[in-house]
Design a protein around this ligand. Structure first.
Ligand code: PGA
Length: 253
């Protein structure tokens, strides 16, 4: 039985001081024991250490939002997997559509980032998802299949505990337009089929597939209850303590 997983992606929001204030409000609202879903928080790089220290005595994991595929070197402005491990990160988001669209990251770079994360001992959270024009053009399945197989193509052994996939339709991110439960279930099925083709059915069945895209406290119960959904990757609503806590509490047991 897979443990559901809810990840907060704070994106480029908040100073360290604001991160502390958000944690002050959030931590008392989240389940502390082994009950409920697994939770991870992905603050901006500058707050990783502060957030990591506050999370250490809790069961909540630290996640990063990005990494460079190399371990070190002349890559001004970049951060490597081993650096993230050293501040206590367990997960790292790769292939987020904002990185693909705004920073020109293609499948090949995403694959190298996923492999670098795994090599450093991090669990990559591989994001995939179609643009609105691709959905309208009937290409959602093709896009998802390509992004999944490319994204895991360099992983030595994608397994249940070493990879998380997030299905995030680009048209639903930050737009207030959540995909319908039927759309989410269908896409998650396609993700799992693509994982099966690359990694085998048994391994694919162990990998958690999250939904992301305008998940709110209101939409969470129906989206998280949709068949094939193992949790959520939450952007905007994760910046409001009560909203994120309500999303966590709406994960079906
Ligand atoms: P959103 O972002 O919840 O603000 O739509 C989700 C994401 O980009 O991971």
């Amino acid at each position: 039985m897979k443990r559901p997983f809810v990840v907060a992606n704070w994106k480029m929001n908040g100073t360290e001081e604001q991160a502390r204030a958000l944690l002050d409000a959030l931590l008392p609202l989240l389940p502390g024991g082994s009950e409920g879903p697994e939770i991870a928080l992905a603050p901006p790089f500058t707050s990783l250490r502060t957030v990591g220290e506050r999370l250490r005595p809790t069961r909540i994991a630290l996640a990063a939002q990005n990494l460079h595929p190399a371990t070190h070197g002349a890559f001004t402005g970049e951060i490597s997997g081993p650096m993230l491990v050293a501040v206590g990160a367990r997960y790292v988001i790769v292939g987020h559509s904002e990185r693909r669209r705004l920073f020109g990251e293609g499948d090949e770079l995403v694959a190298r980032k996923a492999a670098a994360a795994a090599a450093a001992g991090l669990v990559p959270i591989l994001c995939v998802g179609e643009e609105e024009s691709e959905r309208i053009g009937g290409r959602t399945l093709e896009v998802i299949a390509r992004q999944v197989s490319a994204g895991i193509g360099r992983l030595p052994a994608p397994g249940g505990g070493s990879l998380v996939v997030a299905y995030e339709p680009v048209w639903a991110i930050g737009t207030g337009r959540t995909a319908t439960p039927a759309q989410v279930s269908e896409a998650h099925e396609w993700v799992r089929e693509a994982l099966s083709r690359s990694a085998g059915a048994a391994t694919a069945s162990e990998i958690r597939i999250l939904y992301g895209g305008s998940v709110t406290a209101e939409s969470a119960p129906s989206v998280l209850g949709a068949p094939g959904v193992d949790g959520a990757l939450v952007g905007g609503a994760s910046l409001v303590a009560e909203s994120f806590a309500r999303i966590v509490s709406s994960v079906p047991a």
